[in-house]
Write a protein that binds this ligand. Sequence first.
Ligand code: SAH
Length: 407
Amino acid sequence: MSEHERNLIHLPESLKKLTLNKDLSKHLKRGHLWIFATNIQESQLPFGIYSLEYKNETLGVGIFQPNSQLRFRILFLNDIWYFKKNNLKKSLEIHCQFCIERALQIRKGFDLNKTNSFRLINGEGDGLPGLIIDIYNDTAVIKHDQPEMEKVWHHQNLARTLLKNLPQLRNVYLKRKNDTKEKGQIIYGTLPEEVIFLENSVQFSANIKDGSKTGFFLDQRDNRNLIKSFAKNASVLNLFSYTGGFSLFAAAGGASSITSVDIAASAIQAVERNFSLNGFKNKQINLAQDAFEFIQISLQNKMEYDMVITDPPSFAPNEKVKPQAISAYTKVFSDSIRLVKNNGFFAASSCSSHISHAELLEIIKESLAKTKRKASVLYCGGQPVDHPFPIGMEELRYLKFYFLRMD
Ligand code: SAH
């Protein structure tokens, strides 16, 4: 195929066109792959794959979501060569295979004897909008950020590519949202009650079917390792602990005691299970309790810890509630800071994509000011290498993590 042919985009005749009401080619070239409702006239068309046009020029091909403010998600700009005439299905298959193989190249740095859990596909960051694939030892979990995406990413094709490329796989599971009637579907193999996997040599059990997200928060891996290196002999409080990711790494680092607090009883049972899996003997207190209530009681009792980790659920699910979210983060962080001893450590994290890294830093400064305490930043981090985001899409750089030493 000549260079010229490679640069041509041949659209299948059946592929319908969508017209932009504004020239967004610059925006697309700068790597932002989403188009919002204000820039696309059509709203009556069904969900599906369309070519994107502006003044009779094809800019690319992508997914149209009629009921969403995020109206169009680019799959390929007009420089992709394998998108051939009348062959949408085949082209998508090739694209999927290409992206999965490329994603694997990035993840091959994980030593499976130590870390056999990782995110293989992180949506747009790996070229496959709306698609998440997480690997837990021998089990792959596929999840879509919108139910309609099942129509774009065919799970049988995905499973075939996964099984071909990851010899350790025995099971492939499609996970739907926890509140849907059919929570998920086994695509290949079985789904064990619990899947045991390794993260940096620490063992975890995940309940894939009923747990949050795909079963575990793989995105905090690097930050947990940091906690491990500062935990020696420390009394550690892990607020919003979920299944104890940070708690287990504090234990591995030699913490003298670890208190884990989460409102979900199932999460706290999983903390206990994870401690026993690893045989850690550190003192542990596991509480199925509202963390806000726990904080207030601890403040009244003048409790203090060497290290406090506060990783709440997203307080800002949308842009509208951002002001309330900023107040809520400031309150929970300042109250958490009051529980840290002088010279102790405080870890603050936020997974809300509507709060930027700079905004979180401001929130932390304000939280410190409220307590009249000072601190130094030892580390500011975010998501690890298996959670990439396209350079032009800052909103997909959602995870923020600050590690402070209190003065
Ligand atoms: N740090 C965790 C992930 C935290 S996710 C990890 O590394 O795995 C947020 C957690 O907050 C969820 O487990 C959820 O059950 C819990 N949560 C939500 N509201 C809460 C509340 N009011 N009090 C305590 N926990 C809460």
